[in-house]
Ligand binder design. Structure first.
Ligand SMILES: O=C(O)[C@H](O)[C@@H](O)[C@H](O)[C@H](O)COP(=O)(O)O
Length: 337
């Protein structure tokens, strides 16, 4: 197939490469001429403008947007007038599903189809393939199956789930039509909520292990401020890279996320290259918001989101206020270190 791709950052450019490796043709556009040029050198068909992109695509056109969520409305606004009824726009970024529902209606009024695709796999997608969670009308989704199939990981990348023989469907091929407009990004949103929780669980557990030598530190026993009463019980110097490594091998908590964690700990045991200010792009907030709307308890996912806020200093005022109250009612002074 010939597909248009707008946005040639890390994700968009790797997706173009993977599609071309599978024999598809890509007409590419980006605000950066250098980014377009680099993809032309890799075999793509360059477009210097959206008009050129539209002209180089056969009808009905299919154009995939791989731009930051905040830029999708502007990109759609620029692109839609250049397309014709029957054409399909695909948003493969991390948009809020509520925006998809609105966009699908707006584009439908112009005779255009809109497909939302939650795409997971990050910078490893070129090599490993991308898991795709798809929302939109069945017809255009079906028409784009060769694209989804090329982007997806090979079926052999995971062993078949026992009992799935004969069940059919595309889930075990790495892409799934989850439902109507917004369904793809809804599933990706919850995927990322889970991602926050898993990340927090590994980080907290490994942090307990890192501090398991607390009893060896001078002056650690302080009846006023520390609960550490049995320092001899906390005298372990664990090698976290080794522990993450051994957990990768046959343990219940092995995962690709743990593989990546083990790699990071091996490269930088003290994580000196990171300050620990953890950003969030919105998916975790939207997950918690959906959970509240549905009255579904999500203590783990919510705590993981709030921990990210704390990591960026958003808890500082509350922490100071805790110290101030403790001082007010008990005359307790804050320790300086
Ligand atoms: O599945 C994935 O490949 C990732 O989830 C990917 O989509 C991206 O790295 C996150 O969206 C970052 O999200 P935060 O900025 O919220 O951590």
């Amino acid at each position: 197939m010939r597909l248009g791709m707008i946005g040639l950052g890390r994700m968009g450019s790797n997706m173009v490469r993977r599609l071309m490796q599978a024999g598809h043709e890509c007409v590419v556009f980006d605000r950066s001429d250098e980014a377009v040029q680099a993809m032309v050198e890799a075999g793509a068909i360059g477009a210097a403008s959206l008009d050129e992109l539209a002209a180089k695509l056969p009808q009905p056109r299919a154009v995939w947007l791989m731009v930051p969520a905040a830029g999708v409305d502007a990109a759609l606004g620029d692109l839609a007038p250049r397309l014709a009824p029957g054409d399909t726009l695909i948003d493969g970024g991390n948009s809020y599903y509520v925006d998809d529902v609105r966009r699908a209606k707006e584009l439908e009024a112009r005779g255009l189809h809109y497909i939302d695709v939650g795409t997971s796999g990050g910078v490893f997608g070129l090599e490993r393939g991308y898991c795709q969670m798809i929302g939109g009308e069945p017809g255009p989704v079906k028409r784009l199956e060769p694209i989804f199939a090329a982007l997806a990981p090979p079926m052999a990348s995971s062993p078949r789930t026992p009992g799935r023989e004969g069940k059919g469907g595309t889930a075990e091929r790495g892409y799934l039509h989850c439902g109507g407009a917004g369904a793809g990004h809804f599933v990706k949103m919850v995927h990322n909520g889970i991602e926050y929780g898993l990340m927090a669980a590994y980080a907290e557990g490994l942090s307990i292990l890192r501090h398991a030598n607390a009893g060896k530190k001078a002056g650690v026993i302080d009846a006023e401020t520390t609960p550490l009463r049995d320092p001899e019980l906390y005298s372990y110097d664990f090698d976290l890279a080794d522990i993450a490594e051994v957990w990768r091998r046959g343990s219940v908590i092995s995962s690709w996320l743990l593989d990546l964690t083990a790699r990071e700990l091996l490269e930088q045991p003290d994580l000196a290259g990171f300050a620990g200010r953890v950003s969030d792009s919105g998916e975790g907030r939207w997950t918690v918001k959906a959970a509240i709307d549905e009255s579904v308890p999500t203590p783990v996912l919510s705590a993981a989101l709030h921990q990210r806020f704390s990591s960026r200093g958003e808890a500082d005022f509350a922490d100071k206020l805790l110290s101030a109250m403790r001082h007010a009612f008990g005359g307790h002074l804050e320790r300086k270190e």
